[in-house]
Design a protein around this ligand. Structure first.
Ligand SMILES: Cc1cc2nc3c(=O)[nH]c(=O)nc-3n(C[C@H](O)[C@H](O)[C@H](O)COP(=O)(O)O)c2cc1C
Length: 457
C-alpha cells in the first residue's frame, strides 16, 4: 500500500449491491482499530457463511445460466465485435472470458431472480402498431435531454467496478461513447477516477452518486462532479440497504471478496478509483465505514431538497418505480427521473419497468424527462419505451458484456448493434425521428386510447 492509498477500500459483499459495501483498512496506527472494526463487521455478517467450498466453475456457471432469460445456447463464439448479430453474442463471450465470480456479479439478480425474467417478459405485454407509406430514407435518431444533445436515445447506465470486466474499465467505455457520441453515466463506485473518464470521453459525463445521511460526503461528491464539468448528477435512490443476492454469495470468499481458483480472494482486480476517494473523505471525518454500508444510505425527500438547493447541476433520481414517487419528484423540483429497478439487482418481484412506465409518464405529465432502464436488450425494446413516453433508455449489462468480451471495441460493437436494430425498427414503424415516435405506435395492457395522454417532456 503506497502513501497515496493510506486507506484502501475492500468491498465487503454482505448480501447487497457490491459497489457500496466497503470496509476500510488503514496502514499505520489506525490499522488495529480498523481490523477490529472489520472483525466486528465480519462476525456480525453472513460473510462467515462464505467459507463453504467452491463448486466447480462449470456448475456455478450453470447455476447462473438459470437466471439469464435470454442466454443463447453457447454455440460458435464470435471472435470479433464485427461478427455479432445481436447483443447476446457478446454475452456468450463475456460468460466464457470472465471468472465465474465476476460473471456472477454481472449477471445475477436477487432472491429467485424473478425480476430478471419479469424485466424481459414485460416487453411482451406491449405490441407495436406500424404505419405504412412513409418515406424513411433518412432517419434522425438524435435527441435532446436535459440540455444534452445526443446522437442516440440509448444511454450507458452507471455500473460500479468495471475493472472486474476489463482492465481499461470505464475508460474503455468512455472512449467508445466518445466515438459514437453516446451519453455515459459514471458510477460513484467507478474503478477509474471521474477525471480520467471525463478525459477519455472528451466531454461531460453525468455523475451518479449515492447520497448518504452524512452531508459532508454528499456535498463532497457534488463538488467533485461539478468540478469535473458534469452537467447532471444522478442520485441512485434504490440503494437503501442490502438486497438478497443469493447466487452471488456462492462466490464470496473470506473478507467478502469474490474468489476464483486462480485468485482466491480476488484482491486487486477491481480497482476503485472513485471509491478510494469516498473512503478517504470518510476517514477525514473519522466516520465508521460500516455505517455507510447500512443506515447511512436511507434517503428521504429532505435530502433530495437539500441536494437540489446545494448544486448547480441538474438533479435526476434513478430508481423510481411508482406514479406516487414520480409525482413527488416533480413536486420537489427534480429535473428528471430514471424508471429503474436496478436491473432486478435490489428487490425481486417488482413489476418490470416497461409495465410501470405508462403510469409514471402520466403522473409526470410532461413536466420533466422520464428515462428508463432494466432489461433493455433490443432496438424494439427501446422503441417501445419511447412510444410509451420515455425520453431515453439506459442499458446496463449489454455494454458490460461488450466490455468483458472485447474491451473498448466490444462496447462500440454493442452500441453499433443496438443502433442498427433501433434504426431497423424505426424504418419498419414508419418513424423518421424520435419526435414522431408517439403513443399511437404502441398498444398494451391498456388500450391505445388510454395511452394517448402520455407525452415526453
Ligand atoms: C455490474 C453492475 C453494476 C452496477 N452498478 C451500479 C451502480 O454503481 N450504481 C447504480 O445506480 N446502478 C448500478 N447498476 C444498475 C444499472 O445502472 C442499471 O440500472 C441496470 O444495469 C439496468 O438493467 P440491465 O442491466 O438489465 O440493462 C449496476 C448494474 C450492473 C449489472
Amino acid at each position: 500500500m503506497g502513501p497515496e492509498s493510506e486507506a484502501f477500500v475492500a468491498f465487503a459483499l454482505t448480501g447487497g449491491e457490491t459497489e457500496y459495501n466497503f470496509v476500510f483498512m488503514r496502514s499505520g496506527p489506525a490499522i488495529l482499530q480498523s481490523r477490529r472494526t472489520l472483525l466486528r463487521f465480519l462476525l456480525g455478517s453472513p460473510l462467515l457463511l462464505a467459507a463453504r467450498p467452491m463448486a466447480a466453475a462449470e456448475e456455478l456457471l450453470e447455476a447462473i445460466a438459470q437466471c439469464e432469460p435470454d442466454l443463447s445456447p453457447v454455440g460458435e463464439l464470435i471472435t470479433s465485435p464485427e461478427g455479432a448479430i445481436n447483443v447476446f453474442d457478446f454475452q456468450a463471450v463475456a460468460r466464457q472470458k470472465l471468472s465465474p465470480g465476476h460473471y456472477a456479479y454481472l449477471a445475477t439478480g436477487v432472491d429467485h431472480e424473478r425480476g430478471l425474467h419479469a424485466n424481459r417478459a414485460g416487453f411482451g405485454r406491449f405490441g407495436l402498431r406500424p404505419r405504412r407509406m412513409i418515406d424513411v430514407t433518412d432517419l434522425d435518431t438524435s435527441i435532446e435531454v436535459l440540455g444534452a444533445k445526443l446522437a442516440s436515445p440509448i444511454v450507458l447506465a452507471p455500473a460500479g467496478m468495471q475493472s472486474a470486466f476489463h482492465p481499461d474499465a470505464e475508460v474503455a467505455v468512455a472512449r467508445a461513447a466518445r466515438d459514437a457520441d453516446w451519453l455515459q453515466i459514471l458510477s460513484t463506485a467507478s474503478s477509474k477516477s471521474l477525471d480520467e473518464v471525463v478525459d477519455a470521453r472528451g466531454g461531460p459525463v453525468w455523475a451518479m452518486i449515492v447520497a448518504p445521511r452524512f452531508w459532508p460526503l454528499t456535498r463532497w461528491q457534488l463538488r467533485r462532479a461539478e468540478d469535473a464539468g458534469c452537467p447532471v448528477v444522478v442520485i441512485t435512490v434504490d440503494y437503501v440497504g442490502f438486497g438478497s443476492q443469493d447466487r452471488l454469495r456462492h462466490f464470496r470468499g473470506p473478507g467478502g471478496m469474490f474468489r476464483t481458483r486462480e485468485n482466491p480472494t480476488c484482491e486487486g482486480c477491481h480497482g476503485s478509483g472513485e471509491l478510494v476517494r469516498v473512503g478517504k473523505v470518510l476517514t477525514w471525518f473519522g466516520r465508521d465505514p460500516v455505517e455507510l454500508a447500512s443506515d447511512l444510505l436511507t434517503l428521504d425527500w429532505d435530502i433530495v431538497d437539500r441536494i437540489r438547493d446545494a448544486t448547480s447541476m441538474k438533479v435526476v433520481l434513478k430508481g423510481i418505480l411508482t406514479h406516487e414517487d414520480a409525482a413527488l419528484a416533480v413536486e420537489h423540483g427534480v429535473d428528471g427521473i430514471i424508471v429503474s429497478n436496478h436491473g432486478a439487482r435490489q428487490i425481486d418481484n417488482s413489476l418490470s419497468t416497461i409495465e410501470v412506465l405508462p403510469e409514471i409518464v402520466r403522473a409526470v405529465d410532461g413536466h420533466i424527462p422520464v428515462l428508463i432502464d432494466s432489461g433493455f436488450r433490443r432496438g424494439t425494446d427501446v422503441f417501445t419505451a419511447l412510444a410509451l413516453g420515455a425520453s431515453a433508455v439506459c442499458i446496463g449489462r449489454p455494454y458490460l458484456w461488450g466490455l468483458s468480451a472485447f474491451g473498448e471495441e466490444g462496447v462500440a460493437g454493442v452500441l453499433t448493434v443496438l443502433r442498427r436494430e433501433f434504426e431497423t425498427v424505426m424504418r419498419h414503424m414508419g418513424t423518421r425521428d424520435i419526435a414522431s415516435i408517439t403513443a399511437d405506435f404502441a398498444a398494451g395492457p391498456r388500450s391505445a386510447s388510454d395511452l394517448s395522454g402520455t407525452a415526453r417532456a
